[in-house]
Design a protein around this ligand. Structure first.
Ligand code: S3P
Length: 434
């Protein structure tokens, strides 16, 4: 059990200009593709959080020489598409769903046997969503009858391409199937029920691997190779989101978030906050290594409750914990539907946030696929993070508008995605102590 507790005093406003750490999704993929490429890949802006470091360690355990990270710089000496070596031990993916689901696809067609394990939270999360399509491709992936960790992946399976209609909107599942497709005979296609983040498709192309896109269907042909390509990782919009909501709810705030990735499949948080009346301006929009980037200025604004558009749900899937805090500070009712995926994240984020908001005096009604929140005055109290990084940080932001202290238990997992959170939050105006 972790002993890190956040104590956050009420009030404050956010000012200044900050750069939050590198994008988690892009950091994971840079290690994976750099390792399997021919040649040397230099990564800058890499997220030195526990999740991306678990991916990095896994590839070291499979024989890849990786130098760093040192202030976000990582050098990966690629071993080529089939150059991974059998690890001596199970690969420990910690808290990271992205590591486990993308790796299971990448490993399904290798010549090595691998066991994948994770922490208590990851060990409860559903893996059938990757086992089923991989099995259809001919992979041998074994788990227990619940479809949870550990996963045992047997080498030397011969894979065939499939045309997969994904039952849920998941970039991890899409990526898993496409990555297995690199090792499969023929074409592999994934059709998604709603657009999900497309960093895998973009980065494969940056590494010289052709991915075709036709509406909601992405396809590639097996048997190709990756060519090393330097990657500059932008700041993570999912980490920036805590500061976007913080500045939006705290009167007098005016903050600029530098060099944030604004990939169209990730900007639901901006669209939703703007629909609530948020004052958000994108500055210096530019392309960096195939990904759009901007500086984002956010000023305080009186927010209104809204019915969150269904098409924004996959585009903001990691940002709902903090968007619920925005809803608690808004005038009127906010309704979220179509977000049942939140129940199988690092925690059940619908229940965890509803319980915490209620402790703070907010009328928050969890539903099977979302939440109904009436904006109101938050008091103080002691809330549980359920060892989920995004729940911890969301309640720290809530204190800006609470009338008393908020104490948040079990916050050490903030290190999985945002190791500098406490110092950046404190320096920009949140009254946080550990
Ligand atoms: C991710 C995909 C999303 C997201 C996760 C990162 C990725 O998960 O929640 O934090 O990097 O592909 P799902 O695919 O389960 O929606």
């Amino acid at each position: 059990m972790s002993a890190t507790t956040f104590h956050v005093a009420p009030g404050g406003k956010l000012t200044g200009s900050i750069r939050v750490p590198g994008d988690k999704s892009i950091s994971h993929r840079s290690i994976m593709f750099g390792s399997l490429a021919d040649g040397v890949t230099e990564v800058t802006g890499f997220l030195e959080g526990d999740d991306a470091l678990a991916t990095l360690q896994a590839f070291r355990d499979m024989g890849v020489q990786i130098d760093g990270p040192e202030t976000g710089r990582v050098t990966i000496h690629g071993v080529g598409i089939s150059g991974l070596k059998q690890p001596d031990q199970p690969l420990d993916m910690g808290n990271s769903g992205t590591s486990i689901r993308l790796l299971s696809g990448l490993l399904a067609g290798q010549g090595i046997d691998v066991t994948l394990v994770g922490d208590r939270s990851l060990s409860k999360r559903p893996m059938r969503r990757v086992i089923d399509p991989l099995t259809e491709m001919g992979a041998v992936v074994e788990s227990n009858e619940k479809g949870t960790l550990p996963l045992h992946i047997k080498g030397n399976a011969s894979l065939r391409g499939i045309d997969y209609a994904m039952p849920m909107a998941s970039a991890q599942v899409k990526s898993c199937v496409l990555l297995a497709g690199i090792y499969a005979d023929g074409d592999t296609c994934v059709t998604e029920p709603a657009p999900t983040r497309d960093h895998t498709e973009r980065m494969l192309q940056a590494f010289g691997y052709e991915v075709t896109r036709n509406g909601s269907r992405a396809c590639l042909t097996g048997g190709g190779r990756l060519t090393a390509s330097d990657i500059e990782v932008p700041a993570d919009i999912s980490s920036a989101a805590f500061f976007m909501v913080a500045a939006s709810i705290a009167p007098g705030s005016d903050i600029t978030l530098e060099h944030v990735g604004i990939n169209p499949t990730r900007i639901g948080v901006i669209n939703i906050l703007k629909a609530m009346g948020g004052d958000i301006t994108l500055l210096n929009e530019r392309m960096v290594g195939g990904e759009p980037v901007a500086d984002i200025q956010v000023r305080y604004a009186a927010l209104n409750g809204i019915d969150i558009p269904l098409d924004q749900v996959p585009l903001a899937i990691d940002e709902f914990p903090v968007l619920f805090v925005a809803a608690a500070c808004a005038d009127g009712t906010t309704i979220l539907r179509g977000a049942e995926e939140l129940r199988v994240k690092e925690s059940d984020r619908i229940q965890a946030m509803a319980d915490g908001l209620r402790i703070l005096g907010i009328d928050a009604e969890p539903t099977p696929d979302g939440m109904i929140i009436q904006g109101g005055q938050m008091g103080g109290g002691c809330v549980e993070s359920h060892e989920d990084h995004r729940i911890s940080m969301s309640f720290a932001v809530a204190a800006l508008r609470a009338s008393d202290d908020i104490v948040i238990n079990d916050c050490s997992n903030v290190n999985t995605s945002f190791p500098d959170f406490v110092s950046l939050a404190a320096s920009s105006g949140i009254k946080i102590n550990v």
